[in-house]
Design a protein around this ligand. Structure first.
Ligand SMILES: Cc1cc2nc3c(=O)[nH]c(=O)nc-3n(C[C@H](O)[C@H](O)[C@H](O)COP(=O)(O)OP(=O)(O)OC[C@H]3O[C@@H](n4cnc5c(N)ncnc54)[C@H](O)[C@@H]3O)c2cc1C
Length: 378
């Protein structure tokens, strides 16, 4: 698996990160390289990080490495992996064959678009295995460059109800209307996270993925936070690298304050690595037992919250270390800082924190609270 971490690919992505840092841009060259390196299909059956082999730690390290090179590229890649995971979990055999071939042979990109505002998506059952979509999604990373967007919406049908996943074969349906005026962010510009309007798009029964509400099935729904946390941690590691380079370049390495600050960034990022590793291993070891799922979710929630804290604190320490001139282009710190600030805003951080507290307080005792449940029962 070492070839996944060969630095050349990441160096090329990092070197181009400043050029793609504008609204409306999509990292074309980066995804060409990622496709050539075989990373689009890396999690599919019989590939190095095959989901069924439970190699979460390796996958998280890959996501971190891409995030370290470029957070917008990491975000889009993470969306692709998230969609493939949902297919792995909920796809029928024929669907898996079709969509996996789209990745392996067609080098097609997938993504998951769930976030929406008041005009969210509804999926109308027209009968005869046909469905029509109505409404919009916001923050659609990759926008029109995604050939196979996985879109969620409320199913409106006499036969079934719930939050339905569909995968749109974009070249076979009418054009999805794209609103890039939505996307005026502080950072993450090249993630091209536009607003997309699916009104009038017609799809077939075999474009529906899983049963209604499968999308929210735990531990998969909340457990996915580990993947974005890994990408975010890559951003903190990039700040460590840049601060290190900056201080050595200015020969400011003997100063005790600079030593103290870089010490803190170093141990914080390594703390993040330990959390990600442990949470990845716990995910790999998890069982279907409801108690084990509840514990895993609390652990993932802690990891995600901790990584956010680590990133926020590392940004502050790095800013103080490099000062105003270090936060000026062409120094990459300015961009990484904006990207990380934006990408750290993920769904429901408050609810995530209180869910951890709820789990802890529900336990009769905190002794051995995070021990694996199989160990506890032995
Ligand atoms: C770069 C980027 C790319 C993205 N790409 C995608 C994508 O491809 N697909 C996708 O589906 N999504 C995507 N998203 C959206 C992402 O998953 C989150 O949904 C989004 O970032 C959360 O937005 P917000 O911080 O404005 O959320 P909010 O939910 O508004 O949260 C803001 C704050 O309000 C709190 N809060 C939340 N609800 C309530 C409430 N009811 N009452 C009081 N307080 C509340 C939160 O805890 C938080 O502190 C992307 C986001 C970013 C930044």
């Amino acid at each position: 698996m070492d070839h996944l971490f060969s630095s050349q690919l990441y160096q090329k992505i990092a070197q181009n990160a400043a050029h793609i840092d504008h609204e409306g841009c999509f990292p074309e060259q980066e995804f060409k390289l990622i496709a050539e390196a075989g990373l689009l299909e890396i999690v599919l059956p019989s590939h190095s990080l095959d989901f069924s082999q439970r190699k979460n730690h390796g996958l998280l390290m890959l996501l971190k490495a891409i995030g370290k090179a470029s957070l917008p590229v990491g975000r889009i890649y993470e969306g692709h992996i998230n969609a493939l995971y949902l297919i792995y979990l909920f796809g029928k055999t024929e669907q898996k064959q079709r969509w996996f071939a789209d990745v392996i042979l067609g080098k097609k990109m997938f993504s998951v678009w769930n976030t929406q505002d008041m005009e969210g998506v509804r999926i109308y059952d027209l009968g005869n295995g046909k469905y029509r979509l109505q409404g919009c999604k916001t923050f659609c990373s990759g926008a029109s460059r995604i050939a196979r967007p996985l879109v969620t919406g409320e199913l409106v049908s006499a036969r079934k109800k719930g939050w339905q996943m569909v995968i749109i074969p974009t070249e076979k349906v009418k054009e999805i209307k794209m609103d890039n005026s939505f996307w005026k962010p502080l950072g993450m510009r090249a993630s091209a996270s536009f607003r997309m309007d699916f009104s009038g798009i017609e799809i077939s029964e075999n474009d529906l993925l899983g049963l209604p509400d499968a999308y929210y099935q735990q531990p998969h729904f909340s457990g996915g936070a580990l993947r974005f946390a890994a990408v975010q941690l890559g951003g903190a590691e990039a700040l460590l690298d840049e601060t290190h380079k900056f201080l050595r370049g200015l020969k400011r390495t003997d100063d005790p304050f600079q030593r103290a600050r870089i010490a803190e960034i170093a141990y914080l990022t390594e703390t993040g690595n330990l959390w990600i590793k442990q949470a990845g291993l716990k995910t790999d070891d998890s069982t279907e037992n409801p108690e084990a799922i509840a514990q895993l979710l609390a652990y993932v929630n802690m990891t995600r919250t901790m990584v956010e804290e680590i990133c926020l604190r590392s940004m502050q320490l790095a800013e103080r270390s490099v000062g105003a001139r270090g936060l000026m282009r062409p120094n990459p710190m300015e961009r990484i800082h904006r990207d990380l600030t934006t990408y750290l805003r993920q769904p429901a951080p408050d609810a995530t924190l209180t869910a951890i507290g709820e789990y802890v307080l529900k336990q009769e005792s905190t002794t051995g609270i995070w021990d694996s449940l199989s160990k506890k029962s032995s």
